[in-house]
Design a binder for this molecule. Structure first.
Ligand code: RIB
Length: 299
């Protein structure tokens, strides 16, 4: 029987403009193209896990508006279980994204209903959390809610994956509930207080996560790849050389893919290698969910 993957997190509508370069503060740039589509780190990770073969339930909070309604319909079409969707009187989450010619982006998110997903909401879905095999969390919903979900899951023996994005300072307590954390170098520095600039400082940061109680760590290094750390072992997984069009949702694809591979019994290193292929496909297309590959694309 396939393992149950539960994703709790944000659902956004992304409005993306691709332009030759990112504007400086106060500057207006002409000559871009516009696309609108579903996004949000939680939703992207749920969609990635589902397209790559996972049995996925997604819990998010959306507004009672057209954006929220369309988003949930979209998740259902992906084969994701949305029966525990929560509703808010706030507007559904929205993200404004700018992408330059090299695929680099900058993003501003108006959380709206995502910011309304409370610890009490988490308590209302505690039974669903306890029945999952894997729980994936990110930081686009309130930190107290992420903490509550991680605690419930950990106490029920669920493997908890935290993608600590967007970066923010976390309460010390949360780390002992996390089985796998997947920070990039900036997030890693913010959480451990250790600036990651070379191999030695990276090792120190990883040791610091282990000391805080996290079992497994994958530090993502952008176009360089990722560093997989299980116990004392560190393995560098090189990125694939591709031409990036838009990096949006590459990290989300990576997380969803790692979880699916682990749920199929792969090792952490094998999971990272599989996720590297998936995210290399994501960066070659525009948009968030529009760029996330299916398992057939990888094969
Ligand atoms: O990680 C990419 C996502 O970040 C986008 O889809 C956007 O909605 C923001 O949440």
């Amino acid at each position: 029987m396939s393992k149950k993957i539960l994703v709790i997190g944000s659902s956004n509508t992304d409005m993306t403009i691709k332009s030759p370069r990112l504007p400086a503060p106060g500057e207006t740039i002409l000559g871009g193209t516009f696309v609108m589509g579903p996004g949000g780190k939680g939703a992207n990770q749920a969609v990635a896990a589902s397209r790559l073969g996972g049995d996925v339930t997604f819990i998010c909070k959306v507004g009672r508006d057209m954006f929220g309604e369309n988003a949930v319909k979209g998740y259902q079409k992906e084969g994701i279980d949305t029966s525990h969707t929560l509703y808010s009187d706030q507007a559904s989450g929205t993200a404004l994204i700018l992408v330059d010619d090299s695929g680099e982006n900058c993003i501003a998110v108006a959380p709206g209903a995502n910011g309304d997903l409370s610890p009490a909401d988490i308590d209302s879905v505690a039974d669903v959390i306890k029945k999952a095999d894997y729980l994936i969390l990110q930081l686009e919903i309130p930190v107290e809610s992420v903490l509550r979900a991680a605690k419930i899951a950990h106490e029920a023996g669920v493997y908890v994956i935290l993608n600590p994005a967007p970066a923010c300072k976390l309460p010390e307590e949360i780390f002992k509930y996390i089985s796998l954390i997947t920070p990039n170098q900036t997030e890693s520095a913010l959480m451990t207080g250790i600036e990651v600039k070379d191999e030695a400082s990276r090792t120190k940061a990883i040791e610091s996560f282990h000391k805080m109680g996290v079992k497994d760590v994958i530090v993502t290094l952008g176009s360089k790849g990722s560093l997989v750390c299980q116990g004392n072992e560190q393995i560098m997984v090189e990125a694939l050389k591709v031409k990036a069009v838009d990096a949006t949702a590459a990290g989300d694809t990576f997380c969803g893919a790692v979880c699916v591979a682990l749920s199929e019994g792969k090792t952490l290193e094998e999971a990272a290698r599989f996720a590297t292929k998936a995210s290399a496909l994501t960066v070659q297309k525009m948009g968030a969910q529009s760029s996330i590959p299916y398992i057939t694309d990888i094969k």
